[in-house]
Design a protein around this ligand. Structure first.
Ligand SMILES: Cc1cc2nc3c(=O)[nH]c(=O)nc-3n(C[C@H](O)[C@H](O)[C@H](O)COP(=O)(O)OP(=O)(O)OC[C@H]3O[C@@H](n4cnc5c(N)ncnc54)[C@H](O)[C@@H]3O)c2cc1C
Length: 395
């Protein structure tokens, strides 16, 4: 069976590896001329790590990543701890796999190396997909340079502006959420006593929040700062902002945050978009996955993890069902509810993380602090449906 994949991001590369694992042939078409991602960190939660364990890539990812000791929530200004959820060995015991923080460049490099090792000619760079056509027996992809490539199935893993999604469902724009994300990577050595602790920490405050963690074996600190802002909507990983603007956004915040902003060589800004759940992800021999199917706010750190789960399920279903179309329908059926729930949960976290009034903060963060002190297991339990999920074991 020959699988065509549009997009060589985390979702597309993982899908290629999952299809190879299930015995199919793959061709990945990526519009960029190389896969070098811009500098930013990403969290790989246990539910995604179980897919990488099944693919034999867990050790390679762990080798280049950082394993945080805990997830923490703190107040942005004072730094007061609200709660901690231990991760180090606890994540493996409770959820069946480790929790990693990784530099995106390193993540993509592990996936790309695995793909090239298993199928040296699978990856086509500088290959922009513009559309597809299909018959009862095959699907054909059209590239911007005029080439046509045919196969049995097409997977659109081509991100939030997916051309494959547009062809399935028609043109429709994702919606600006009123939030922008600042991001920066800073060498740990530059941060001295204010370096982020060895945790994945959410810092909450009025109309904004930040996330800090370490990547690349603990040598780099990653910063993401989300600010409510209605007048700026460029969605690009490479749009820069100024240090003054970033420091104004986080004025009065804990020195861990202001030091990160002060020491960053480059501060990038990204407007956050999402989209209501789509009615369908499949058109005959064609399906979408990852951000193409369910872009979400990054407030549960699950967007790429959902793409990784999708990748395993679509590969298993397509290779095991009696026809590609049946396999893709089964994939949509198995994945839509879970992805939509995580999309909704991520959106709901904006309200939790950004409480504006003193009363709202007290009513939300007070019980969190109490739960962290007196009923920590209740907090761990809340993560079970997300981190405990194992697509490699489900029928
Ligand atoms: C600030 C921030 C922090 C985040 N943190 C986390 C986190 O901690 N954990 C987590 O799991 N998720 C996180 N996410 C979400 C995560 O980044 C995305 O969900 C994930 O990257 C989606 O992967 P994807 O492969 O579906 O799409 P993308 O990463 O967008 O990849 C799509 C690929 O397709 C290519 N492409 C596009 N159009 C074409 C075309 N026409 N032809 C060929 N190729 C094409 C693109 O060049 C790209 O390489 C975060 C997101 C943001 C914004």
């Amino acid at each position: 069976m020959k699988i065509l994949i549009s997009g060589g991001g985390i979702g597309g590369l993982t899908a290629a590896l999952c299809f190879l694992h299930h015995g199919a042939e793959v061709t990945v078409m990526e519009q960029a001329t190389d896969l070098g991602e811009v500098g930013a960190g990403i969290q790989i939660p246990p539910n995604a790590m179980k897919v990488f364990a099944a693919l034999g890539l867990d050790a390679a990812l762990a080798e280049t990543a950082f394993r945080p000791l805990a997830i923490e929530a703190r107040m942005g200004r004072s730094g007061m701890e609200l709660f901690q959820i231990p991760l180090a060995d606890h994540a493996i015991k409770r959820w069946g796999a480790p929790y990693l923080n990784i530099y995106r460049v390193d993540y993509i490099a592990v996936l790309e190396a695995a793909l090239r090792a298993q199928s040296p000619d699978a990856l086509h760079l500088d290959a922009e997909v513009v559309g597809y056509s299909q018959t009862e027996h095959a699907v054909e992809v059209q590239l911007a340079d005029g080439r046509r490539i045919s196969g049995d199935v097409l997977i659109g893993a081509d991100g939030i502006h997916s051309p494959v999604r547009t062809q399935i469902l028609g043109a429709e724009k994702p919606v600006f959420t009123g939030n922008i994300a600042w991001r920066a990577i800073v060498p740990m050595a530059a941060l001295g006593e204010y370096a982020p602790r060895p945790t994945a920490c959410v810092w909450m405050g009025s109309g904004k929040h930040c996330v800090t963690y370490r990547v690349r074996r603990g040598t780099l600190a990653n910063f993401v700062g989300v600010v409510e802002c209605d007048d700026w909507t460029t969605e690009s990983w490479t749009e820069r902002g100024t240090r003054e603007e970033a420091l104004t956004n986080f004025e009065g915040w804990h020195p861990t945050i202001t030091s990160l902003l002060g020491e960053a060589d480059a501060l990038y800004r990204w407007a956050l978009f999402d989209r209501a759940p789509l009615p369908r992800w499949v058109d005959g021999r064609v399906a979408i996955l990852g951000d193409a199917a369910h872009p979400m706010l990054p407030f549960m750190a699950q967007g790429a993890a959902m793409a990784v789960e999708d990748a395993w399920v679509v590969a298993r279903e397509v290779t095991q069902k009696t026809s590609p179309a049946r396999g893709l329908e089964a994939y949509q059926h198995l994945r839509q509810t879970r992805a939509s729930r995580v999309q909704a949960g991520s959106r709901a976290n904006t309200k939790t993380f950004h409480k504006r009034t003193r009363l709202g903060q007290l009513a939300t963060y007070g019980p969190m602090w109490m739960a962290g002190k007196f009923a920590p297991m209740a907090l761990h339990k809340r993560q079970d449906p997300i981190y405990g999920h194992d697509v490699t074991r489900l029928d």
